[in-house]
Design a binder for this molecule. Structure first.
Ligand SMILES: Nc1ncnc2c1ncn2[C@@H]1O[C@H](COP(=O)(O)OP(=O)(O)OP(=O)(O)O)[C@@H](O)[C@H]1O
Ligand SMILES: [Mg+2]
Length: 491
């Protein structure tokens, strides 16, 4: 009982540590990770796969230590009473780890396949739920239901395979135990008969007593081996679960900073790219080639170019989520990778196409990046971002619950909350990746007005197709398939 509690506790601790490191990896990977990994897959990795490791920590590690010791301790008295019985029991016991090793390979493969099927089902389900309107309008409901049922059936078949291997592995132990029982019962019987025929009646009783003792301890001898076999299944299951965790990028450990780490003065940051090349996928060619530009502190650079020309890739380089294959990203002359990660976060505000609103009050959402901001700065941010224009329309004003399951906001309203957030954060560098992509011209114009106020005194890089971009006047670069084709201003 005590050992169970200790094992469960160590399991909980180990999973907590592992989950922290997985979450850290996911956060470090940032949007670059989301470009090639489904969010459903990441969720499964952080939740289900870590849960599946419980058996490994709580059962396999203790069992792997105990399984050798316990049967050996039982073998000692058996050896004292009957060396022959100890030999038979030892030999039968030895077959167990061999069988486990063989079934273990099958169990690991079956578990890995089961996890793949489960991940596929979860990712598909999440996708279809997100796109339910498209599916219904395209008249594809039955089709999609059938496909989901197919994925569920695949998961069922693979789960049955895991169970089959587990059943066979436990049956192999029962076989070994039955063989030991039959051999030892027969041997004891044969000896007893031989003694009786030889007329040695006085030896008969101790012999039968010893034989009975050996037969009674057989189940005890196999009990730890059985726990080991069960734990071995857990180990195989954990192996299957661990593969996806290993595929995640290594978490950045901020404690060990590269030599020459420094911070950059918070007011006035010059941003520059120096001959940067970057390739996402060698099969598709480079996404950026020899990109160089400088944006002096407090100025604005507009990145223009058709879809797929590499604007968002430049943003991700500046955010430090990806590193250039060659060339350097410089902030005030310091290469990005030599900066303390925390200071980089403090220096940069980023607003994308679709702001993320978390479930919570509007106030919590605006205060997200600066929870300690006072009421006065909050009001100033709301005013500058023009949130105060639609605030009276909300049922509870600043306390209205928004985000998932809360009050719905329009794209323009949500974008204003993102602007208010950036206003409060007041970082010297502002990265805007098509902040008005989904807005009508009128809303777009008023969002640009708010951005204009936000951009004052800041170094701004704005990726956009919008004609209204001229409202943030500055230098301009036109990109085409990852190459700069024209420059305006001093960029
Ligand atoms: N994870 C990825 N793997 C492979 N290729 C990628 C990946 N992410 C982006 N790309 C490719 O890199 C190129 C640049 O993409 P990027 O998202 O930077 O374009 P963009 O200019 O921001 O486009 P848009 O205006 O549509 O946002 C595109 O050809 C795109 O297909
Ligand atoms: Mg983009």
């Amino acid at each position: 009982m005590g050992s169970d509690v200790a094992a469960a506790k160590s399991g909980i601790n180990a999973r907590q540590r592992l989950r922290n490191s997985v979450l850290h990896s996911i956060l470090t990977g940032g949007p670059a990770l989301l470009r090639n990994t489904h969010s459903g897959v990441l969720a499964t990795t952080a939740v289900d796969r870590i849960e599946a490791l419980d058996g490994f920590f709580a059962r396999w590690i203790p069992a792997s230590v105990l399984w050798m010791a316990a049967p050996l301790i039982i073998l000692i008295p058996v050896y004292v009473v009957s060396p022959q019985a100890a030999l038979v029991l030892g030999l039968c016991g030895l077959t167990v780890p061999f069988c486990q090793a063989i079934f273990g390979i099958g169990a690991a493969v079956a578990s890995r396949n089961q996890f793949l099927a489960m991940t596929r089902l979860q990712a598909r389900f999440l996708d279809r739920v997100k796109g339910i309107a498209t599916i219904v309008l395209a008249g594809r409901t039955e089709d999609e239901t059938r496909r989901l049922a197919g994925a569920a059936e695949e998961l069922r078949l693979r789960t049955m395979k895991v169970l089959r291997v587990a059943f066979l592995s436990s049956a192999s132990i029962d076989c070994a135990m039955v063989v030991a029982l039959i051999v030892l019962a027969t041997l004891t019987g044969a000896h007893a008969l031989a003694q009786k025929e030889a007329g040695a009646h006085s030896l008969l009783e101790p012999m039968l007593r010893n034989g009975l003792f050996v037969l009674i301890v057989i189940p005890e001898f196999f009990a730890p081996l059985r726990s080991m076999a069960l734990a071995y299944q857990d180990r195989a299951h954990a192996q299957g679960a661990a593969t996806a965790i290993l595929d995640l990028p290594d978490p950045v450990v901020p404690a060990v900073l590269p030599e020459g780490t420094r911070t950059v003065t918070a007011n006035g940051v010059t941003v520059a790219l120096d001959d940067v090349c970057f390739t996402w996928d060698p099969a598709r060619g480079p996404a950026l080639q020899n990109i160089s530009f400088t944006v002096p502190a407090g100025e604005t650079l507009i990145l223009a170019g058709e879809s797929g020309s590499g604007k968002s890739t430049i943003m991700e380089l500046l955010l430090g989520f990806i590193t250039p294959d060659s060339g350097r990203v410089l902030l005030n002359g310091a290469p990005l990778e030599t900066l303390v990660p925390d200071s980089l976060c403090r220096m940069i505000s980023w607003i994308g196409q679709k702001p993320v609103l978390f479930a919570g009050s509007l106030r919590d959402n605006v205060l997200f990046a600066s929870p300690d901001a006072d009421e006065e700065s909050l009001q100033a941010a709301l005013k500058a971002a023009a949130v105060d224009e639609f605030l009276p329309l909300l049922p509870n004003g600043l306390e209205t619950m928004i985000g998932e399951g809360g009050f719905g906001l329009s794209g323009g309203q949500a974008q204003r909350i993102a602007i208010a957030r950036a206003y409060l954060k007041n970082a010297p560098v502002l990265l805007l990746d098509e902040p008005t992509a989904h807005l009508d011209p009128l809303t777009e114009k008023s969002v640009f007005l708010s951005l204009q106020r936000l951009a004052a005194q800041k170094t701004v890089i704005l990726a956009t197709h919008s004609a209204a971009a001229h409202m943030l006047n500055g230098r301009r670069i036109d990109l085409q398939r990852g190459v700069i084709v024209s420059r305006q201003g001093a960029a």
